[in-house]
Design a binder for this molecule. Structure first.
Ligand SMILES: [Zn+2]
Length: 321
């Protein structure tokens, strides 16, 4: 379907109909209701063939009860993005490299998923055995401690299904073995949505680009497409383990430099903080940790246009259906 060239970067939209002065900033509209994405929206007739430029007023956005399409502009190129509606997300798999990664990147979003009955599974590629501060434990002891911490952190946001692949911390590389391990769990869990690390280096902010994160993000995307959905990839998964092929329809990437989707996690910020503070070996020594967390996620909310006193997590969404 040709929508013309709606050079409108839609990052989010407000409840109902909004008419917003875009000011000097890049065009931005916001849609959120009770921290949830709406079932659907469509641009008001007449707005889709209009080129919006910074400084022009936003068109009216009518929210309708239909699957929605986002027409976005990234780096000046228009691109259509179809996102799953709330009621299409019933199972979520979060794949991360280390204990605490899911809690930094997505625990608020996860808490809100759990609130509305979504089943969430955490899959950790390593036990974080090379982490910690001024530690006395050896790597085996640290692995055991960090599994316990991650299990507690998951519980703080209502997640009880936590799985560990046991790869060695700091040594993860994209590999067929890792792809197979992740594809196996995708076929077991059969998620609608997978959340994982962004596989590309973020040059604006180095912390999310740990080599293990990039390896896990890349291998997870490879496991989503093509491995998990192709019954002839790793055929032993079917023959020996009875795991049928499964197509994940959407992936959200954490830690990238080009986010296009923000979750308003204001309602869940306390639970996110509790989850993060469950990683005692990682954060107990960090002075002002709670303030640091709040400041960081408030800045995402500001970027998303959620307003004062809000907190947000940011993702780049990828349609993988
Ligand atoms: Zn990590």
């Amino acid at each position: 379907m040709d929508h013309g060239l709606p050079l409108l970067r839609v990052e989010a939209i407000e409840q109902g109909v909004v008419n917003r002065d875009l000011g000097r900033h890049a065009p931005r509209l916001r849609l959120s209701t009770d921290n949830r994405r709406l079932d659907g929206w469509n641009p008001h007739p007449g707005s889709t063939d209009r080129t919006l430029t910074p400084g022009t007023a936003a068109p009216s956005i009518g929210v309708r009860n239909a699957r929605y399409e986002l027409l976005v502009v990234v780096n000046g190129q228009s691109e259509r993005e179809k996102m799953l509606a709330d009621n299409e997300i019933n199972r979520v798999l979060v794949v991360t490299a280390h204990p605490d990664d899911a809690d930094f990147g997505a625990a608020g979003t996860v808490a809100l998923f759990v609130d509305r009955g979504v089943e969430v599974t955490y899959l950790l590629v390593t036990d974080g055995d090379a982490g910690g501060n001024e530690r006395t434990l050896d790597n085996t002891g640290m692995a055991e401690l960090r599994r316990t911490e991650q299990t507690a952190a998951a519980k703080a946001v209502g997640v009880t299904d936590v799985r560990f692949l046991g790869h060695a911390d700091g040594t993860v590389v994209p590999s067929l073995a890792l792809r197979k391990d992740i594809a196996r769990v995708i076929r077991q869990v059969r998620p609608d949505l997978v959340i994982t690390h962004h596989p590309e280096r973020n040059y604006q902010f180095i912390a999310p680009s740990h080599p293990d994160h990039r390896a896990v993000g890349g291998s997870t995307l490879d496991a989503v497409y093509p491995d998990a959905r192709n019954p002839y990839a790793f055929p032993e998964l079917v023959k020996e383990e009875g795991l049928a092929a499964w197509t994940v329809r959407e992936v959200w990437l954490m830690g990238g430099s080009t986010p296009n989707h923000w979750t308003d996690i204001t309602e869940a910020i306390d639970r996110k903080l509790t989850a993060l503070q469950s990683h005692v070996s990682q954060v107990a020594h960090v002075e002002g940790f709670a303030d640091f967390v709040k400041t960081r996620f408030a800045s995402w909310a500001e970027q998303a246009g959620f307003g004062e006193g809000h907190y947000a997590e940011a993702f780049q969404t990828v349609t993988t259906a």
